[in-house]
Design a protein around this ligand. Structure first.
Ligand code: NAD
Length: 476
């Protein structure tokens, strides 16, 4: 059922002009699933021309007509979601149930953006004096570029395509070469729903070549990227000469604070569940645990037992709760972070090694006595490693929680309403969840602070980021 993925340019699937392609691997066993075509420079030029033509059609389409196509897309994706989830698990590794959950969020995202497309409205002003009238008209920016990573092969593209199309922009999407089929299925659904040719184009290739070509192109007015901080900074540099608008959803290193008055059972259930989802490859996953000394031993025991009770295996096996990492690079990163922590005095209570002899499996890992200068306390682990530290005073731990250059997500568990509001006030993160591990939603804006990003995805804020507000003044 796994097909090779081609480029989608001007409403047609095609090979790259140079005939280049690369293999797509199944992370559960390292075997080749198929190939993905790579775009040459001239394919990218075609994609830009196609997106320019597509924009001229789409910008004139009414909000209701854009909504109808996005609703139809949501319906087609809902019909095909089991099949797409299976392709996702094959190429990315996550357990099939998680892939199905991701598909539900994709349907919600297209549905939300369909509804929102009908609500984009300008405003009229009648300045005093009566000499002129003013109106503010939201207009789509033009050709946009979406660049997405491999950890959520469906929802990351959906969070770019949905608002861009609702706004009336065209988009050239470069999804991850490691998980191309899932993105291709979303694009196919848009096409089948009646999206005019050129409005969405899908390309793959050498990421640095694709992004430098697309971001240098005059017609491209905006880029939205989800991925690592270093690549986000590189793209900001590429966007600067042409002053392209930017949305950057980058990495984080989310602190999770368990306070003295927390409900420890609720805290451990929520945090262990979230930590090991998608083998820890979630930008908002809790990744540094600070636990009050009163609960420390119980929390560590619960974490070790949650780690040991994972059923590790191929995500296609319904019994699997914990799949492989998406690629060999992540396993190597886990090895390096664990070794560094161990060398600096950390204890590895469970895990800390590869699992099995095929695919990219890393065991769920719990570390204690990790010094603050260990790499895992400072660099985004993006994997299933839980470093747990103890604290006695909340005032000591807030500066540590806020002390990194990241500011994406932060979690805390606390009992009294005073502590809850103190935490909400003092944690520096794009999203703070207290007594909860709130997921990103289609209808609410979410974005990082500091190195974790620029701008928002979700909600009307995402759609507005694809629009210019034109001020029109008319003399009377
Ligand atoms: P990476 O930094 O090489 O790449 C991250 C993503 O950016 C990939 O999808 C890649 O294809 C893309 N990319 C790389 N260079 C690019 C370029 N010049 N232009 C355009 N796109 C480019 O690292 P990686 O090994 O793929 O991922 C590891 C790190 O990425 C993790 O440690 C994590 O911090 C981060 N990451 C974050 C998210 C997120 O949701 N914010 C998602 C995936 C990865």
């Amino acid at each position: 059922m796994y097909k090779d993925t081609l480029l989608f340019i001007n409403g047609t699937w095609r090979e790259g002009r140079d005939g280049k392609s690369e293999n797509v691997l199944n992370p559960a066993n390292g075997q080749v699933l198929g190939t993905v075509a790579n775009a040459s420079h001239s394919d990218l030029d075609d994609a830009i021309a196609s997106a320019q033509a597509g924009f001229q059609v789409w910008r004139k389409t009414s909000g209701e007509d854009r909504a109808a196509i996005l609703h139809k897309t949501a319906a087609l994706i809902a019909e095909r979601s089991n099949e797409i989830a299976t392709l996702m698990t094959l190429e990315q590794g996550k357990p099939l149930a998680e892939a199905k959950g991701e598909m539900e969020r994709v349907v919600e995202t297209f549905t939300y953006n369909a509804e929102a497309a009908t609500k984009i409205a300008g405003q009229n002003y009648d300045p005093p004096g009566g000499a002129f009238r003013q109106s503010v008209r939201p207009e789509p920016l033009g050709v946009t570029v979406g660049l997405t990573a491999w950890n959520f092969p469906a929802i990351l593209p959906a969070r770019k395509l949905g608002p861009a199309l609702a706004a009336g922009c065209s988009m050239i999407l470069k999804a991850s070469e490691e998980t191309p089929r899932t993105a291709a299925e979303l694009v196919q659904a848009l096409h089948d729903a009646g999206l005019p040719p050129g409005v969405v184009n899908l390309v793959f290739g050498t990421p640095s070549e694709v992004s430098s070509t697309l971001l240098a192109a005059d017609p491209v007015r905006k880029v939205s990227f989800t991925g690592s901080v270093p690549v986000g900074k590189l793209l900001a540099g590429l966007a600067a000469p042409g002053l392209k608008r930017l949305t950057l959803e980058l990495g984080g290193h989310a602190p999770a604070i368990v306070c003295e008055d927390a409900d420890i059972e609720a805290a451990t259930a929520a945090l262990t569940g979230f930590k090991f989802r998608n083998a820890g490859q979630v930008c908002i996953a809790p990744s540094r645990f600070y636990v009050h000394e009163r609960h420390y031993d119980a929390f560590v025991d619960a974490f070790v037992s949650a780690a040991n009770s994972q059923t590790i295996g191929d995500g296609m096996d319904p019994a699997t709760s914990f799949g492989p990492m998406a690629n060999e690079r992540r396993v190597e990163a886990m090895e390096q972070l664990t070794e560094d922590a161990r060398a600096k005095g950390a204890k590895v209570l469970t895990g800390g090694k590869r699992h099995g002899n095929q695919g990219y499996f890393w065991e769920p890992t719990v570390l204690t006595d990790v010094p603050d200068d260990a790499r895992v306390m400072n660099e985004e682990p993006f994997g299933p490693i839980a470093p747990i530290a103890r604290f006695s005073e909340l005032d000591e731990v807030i500066p540590k929680a806020n002390g990194l250059p990241f500011g994406l997500a932060a979690y805390a568990f606390a009992g009294s309403s005073d502590t809850v509001s103190y935490l909400a006030d003092h944690l520096e993160a794009g999203g703070v969840a207290i007594n909860a591990v709130t997921p990103m939603r289609a209808d609410t804006p979410f974005g990082g602070m500091k190195d974790s990003g620029i701008g928002y995805e979700g909600g009307m804020e995402a759609i507005e980021s694809y629009m210019h507000k034109k001020l029109v003044s008319t003399g009377l």
